[in-house]
Design a protein around this ligand. Structure first.
Ligand SMILES: [Mg+2]
Length: 196
């Protein structure tokens, strides 16, 4: 059997929290920690690294929405928010904050389980997209480094052609040979030539 999905839950009303915990445990989830407010939820998520945080939207102190924002900005875990019917405006804010799924109270297993699974799937997607963006950024910065090096080497080549009367090919070779001899880069050699 696969590892159970790990959850941190946060709900300020102790009875609802107990209910939530029991229901989710019956559904095969592992509730690794329980919080009574948003600050505690954030702290417990950082400590336990769960797959999903199930957060009541309205809690004293830091509410579920703020906690969700913090956790999603860190890409700490998927987030499911528990809301009431009267909190429609908050649902829009939650969506803007990147909350992946929500459940309207009173909750049932039929609502909670699909919401948790949806949030998990969306979180995996988000992580994969972030990794892709990081990779592209790394590639772009490598390309821009290469372009920058080529510009410097071209300028140094021009300098050698002017001052030593070398052909373009010989100037290039001189930079290349110096770099190899000095176990340095052609860019570093080029920069030194330009500084001379
Ligand atoms: Mg509440």
């Amino acid at each position: 059997m696969s590892e159970p999905v790990r959850l941190v839950i946060a709900e300020d009303e102790a009875l609802i929290r107990l209910d939530l915990s029991e229901l989710l445990t019956e559904e095969g989830y592992e509730v690794v920690a329980e919080a009574g407010d948003g600050d505690e939820a954030v702290r417990l998520v950082r400590e336990h690294r769960p797959d999903v945080a199930v957060l009541d939207i309205k809690m004293p102190g830091t509410d579920g929405l703020s906690a969700a924002r913090t956790l999603l900005a860190e890409q700490a875990c998927a987030v499911v928010l528990l809301t009431a019917f009267s909190q429609r405006d908050l649902i829009a804010q939650a969506r803007d904050a990147g909350v992946m799924a929500y459940v309207v109270k009173p909750f049932s297993a039929q609502d909670l389980v699909p919401a948790i699974e949806l949030a998990r799937a969306r979180f995996v997607e988000m992580r994969a997209m972030t990794a892709q963006v990081d990779e592209l950024e790394a590639e772009t910065s490598k390309l821009s480094d290469q372009l920058e090096a080529r510009k410097v080497i071209d300028r140094a080549k021009g300098r050698l052609m002017d001052t030593k009367g070398l052909s373009e090919q010989d100037a290039f070779r001189e930079i290349q040979t110096s770099a190899m001899a000095e176990r340095s880069t052609m860019k570093a050699v080029a920069e030194r030539i330009l500084a001379e």
